[in-house]
Design a protein around this ligand. Structure first.
Ligand SMILES: *Cc1c(COP(=O)(O)O)cnc(C)c1O
Length: 405
């Protein structure tokens, strides 16, 4: 049976509209489609493939574990899960870990834990959750409602309640809605999907102070910023602001599905036996891969390499911009970078993505006005140079089409 893009429309729910090509193989930061066409990968899925494709450490960990033990359920624990949890707690503020299978599930656990913590400690009136416009926290009904884009949460009937939104980087608005009824504030330290928008340092410090003042928990959603992406294992380390709960996924598995919620021992107490769970969460395969990824990522070589590669990306993007004048700025941190389109190209981020694919380059967008780059954390200088040469051709194409219209 020929597997084609056309088959997608025949057999799949239409919630996605995937590209025309079907990739079949990847190695490092290169990917090949069914026709053998090669792509440089500046996307890494969506900030997932932090060691590129088929990194030997991941392949070894997966195949080794695959020959030992795949699954037990949480009726029993397993060695890879405990080893990974130990490494995560040793490397962060956290003392306890809950494993899930995705970012949304890690955030769902964080939100449920916050509600339970507040109920146990203060009573049921303390249930307000505050999050930020344009924030993204996943697609379960709770997390998508906490996310700051109504387009994603509308149309599914009654939503979970007591959730408020204010503008990102607007401390006065947050202060105005916060009270002793606030149970938690959920925030990305750098908004990914919302346009690669960094939080101001003073704002994050202010959020922490308001949470302390009102006895509310601060939840950092580091699903996109975490696991080396910004040049430290977690982005919070570079802000000087420590959350009470942290959600991590995406790069955590390097391409194998896994998510985790990290927190303190004191807060963790409130997820007592039976209060929450997952069939697959913390399964040996996912945890074995994640442990191998962490052993590579959480090293000075890789984390400092992220900052060096960020500079290469910024230099190349600035050079392209000097020639073609398409961006207002390049923003973000580490290898989570966004090139914001100027007035002439507003709303056209997708055109850049499509033109890039035609030139053999995978990039992402963040909204309609930002081209996003989230490559492997260990992408080689050669791959960056080649990818940027292709990106420049794509930019020139979009500019030419614009001038012709
Ligand atoms: C991708 C993302 C999520 C959702 O993760 P899934 O694994 O798709 O559920 C949540 N929060 C942020 C910040 C993300 O970037």
């Amino acid at each position: 049976m020929p597997v084609t893009r056309a088959l997608f429309n025949e057999v799949m729910v239409p919630n996605y509209n995937p590209a025309a090509i079907i990739p079949v193989r990847g190695e490092g930061s290169r990917v090949w489609d069914q026709e053998g066409q090669e792509f440089v990968d500046f996307a890494g899925g969506i900030a997932v493939s932090c060691l590129g494709h088929c990194h030997p450490a991941m392949v070894n960990a997966l195949t080794e574990q695959a020959n030992k033990l795949w699954h037990l359920s949480n009726v029993m624990t397993n060695e890879p899960a405990l080893r990974l949890a130990k490494k995560l707690t040793d490397a962060t503020f956290a003392e306890r870990v809950y494993f899930a299978n995705s970012g949304a599930e890690a955030n769902e656990a964080a939100l449920k834990l916050a509600r339970r913590w507040a109920l146990d400690n203060f009573g049921e009136q303390k249930n307000q959750i505050i999050a930020f416009n344009k924030g993204f926290h996943g697609r379960t009904f709770f997390t998508v409602t906490v996310g700051g884009q109504e387009a994603y949460s509308d149309g599914f009937g009654p939503k979970p309640g007591a959730i408020e939104h204010v503008d990102y980087n607007d401390l006065a608005s947050l202060e105005a809605v916060m009270s002793d009824q606030t149970c938690a504030v959920m925030i990305e330290p750098l908004q990914g999907e919302g346009g690669v928008v960094p939080a101001d340092q003073a704002f994050l410090e202010g959020v922490r102070a308001l949470c302390d003042k009102h006895n509310a928990l601060l939840i950092f959603d580091e699903v996109q910023t975490g696991f080396g992406r910004t040049g430290s294992l977690y982005a919070y380390e570079q802000t000087g602001v420590t959350p009470d709960i942290l959600a991590t996924a995406k790069a955590l598995g390097g391409g194998f599905p896994i998510g985790a919620m990290l927190t303190t021992a004191e807060i963790a107490e409130h997820l007592k036996v039976g209060t929450h769970g997952s069939t697959y969460g913390g399964n040996p395969l996912a945890c074995a891969v994640s442990e191998a990824v962490m052993d590579v990522v959480n090293t000075p070589e890789v984390l400092e390499g992220v900052k060096a590669k960020e500079q290469l990306f910024r230099n190349a993007l600035n050079a392209i911009n000097e020639k073609h004048n398409v961006f207002t700025e390049v923003r973000g941190q580490g290898l989570l970078l966004g090139a914001a389109l100027n007035e002439n190209f507003k709303g056209k981020a997708r055109d850049f993505l499509v033109a890039s694919a035609e030139e053999g380059l995978m990039v992402l967008v963040a909204g309609t006005d930002v081209v996003r780059f989230t490559p492997s954390l260990i992408i080689s200088e050669d791959d960056i140079t080649e990818g940027m040469a292709r990106f420049e051709k794509a930019v020139a194409k979009v500019v030419a089409a614009q001038q012709a219209s």
